[in-house]
Design a protein around this ligand. Structure first.
Ligand SMILES: Nc1nc2c(ncn2[C@@H]2O[C@H](COP(=O)(O)OP(=O)(O)OP(=O)(O)O)[C@@H](O)[C@H]2O)c(=O)[nH]1
Ligand SMILES: [Mg+2]
Length: 211
């Protein structure tokens, strides 16, 4: 398509942290299309944002689950916003979705008019877990569309990776708000990053005129 922004070009441009919000009121104005990264704590959301933007320390990464405590907005030029969300399901006491997740994060996902796509990250070593299903139930009910992204694929052999992808695809195909395409990624080995960049660029372009 003429004038299309490729993923490589979009992500080679400037990228900056805009705001961290702990309440809906503290969020920046939704003037750019947003792509949000959601998933269990420690699944690799912040790492994936760093890999996409080729920045090592844009989003904070940690071995300790619960590193990201607020909704962080990163602006890619004048094109779109990447949104790093706090993870769910890390407190040992609550395997269910926490109240904070349900109130703040789910409220963001459900109400944000500028949100164009949610990327639901799944740790490829573990596959879809009960708490992920709880999150998907909420997203399905609220008609928040999401695409599956397998993370940490470098930890698996090629055969295991294919099994993980197939299992994830099979389960997501039964979900009403899930997209059929699954992204298979490793932030550590920069696998699947280019495909995800292209996807984000295409989404941003398609949504840019709607806001
Ligand atoms: N092997 C491997 N490890 C990864 C990869 N991506 C992230 N990790 C590791 O997973 C851990 C968690 O990464 P984060 O990016 O902080 O995870 P998060 O989903 O943002 O976690 P919260 O902010 O707590 O919700 C860190 O120790 C990372 O080094 C990957 O592609 N491969
Ligand atoms: Mg994080």
């Amino acid at each position: 398509m003429a004038g299309e922004i490729g993923g490589r070009r979009l992500f080679a441009g400037d990228c900056e942290f805009v705001a961290g919000a702990a309440t809906m009121d503290a969020m920046p104005k939704g003037t750019l299309p947003e792509i949000a990264f959601v998933g269990r704590s420690n699944v690799g959301k912040s790492s994936l944002i760093n890999a996409l933007t080729s920045r090592h320390a844009l989003a904070r990464v940690s071995h300790t689950p619960g590193a990201t405590k607020q909704i962080n907005f990163f602006r890619l030029g004048e094109t779109c916003m990447l949104v790093d969300l706090p993870g769910y399901g890390y407190a040992r006491a609550s395997r269910a979705l926490s109240e904070q997740w349900q109130s703040l994060i789910f409220a963001y996902l459900r109400r944000r008019a500028s949100l164009c796509r949610t990327m639901l990250l799944i740790d490829s070593r573990r596959g879809i877990m009960p708490v992920d299903r709880e999150a998907m139930d909420l997203l399905d009910q609220a008609a928040v569309s999401y695409a599956g992204v397998l993370t940490k694929i470098d930890e698996l052999t090629t055969a295991e990776a294919e099994l993980a992808r197939a299992a994830c695809a099979q389960e997501l195909s039964k979900r009403t708000a899930a997209y059929p395409e699954i992204f298979v990624t490793s932030a550590r080995k920069a696998q699947g990053i280019e495909a995800l960049r292209d996807h984000v660029a295409a989404l941003a372009q398609a949504w840019g005129n709607r806001l």
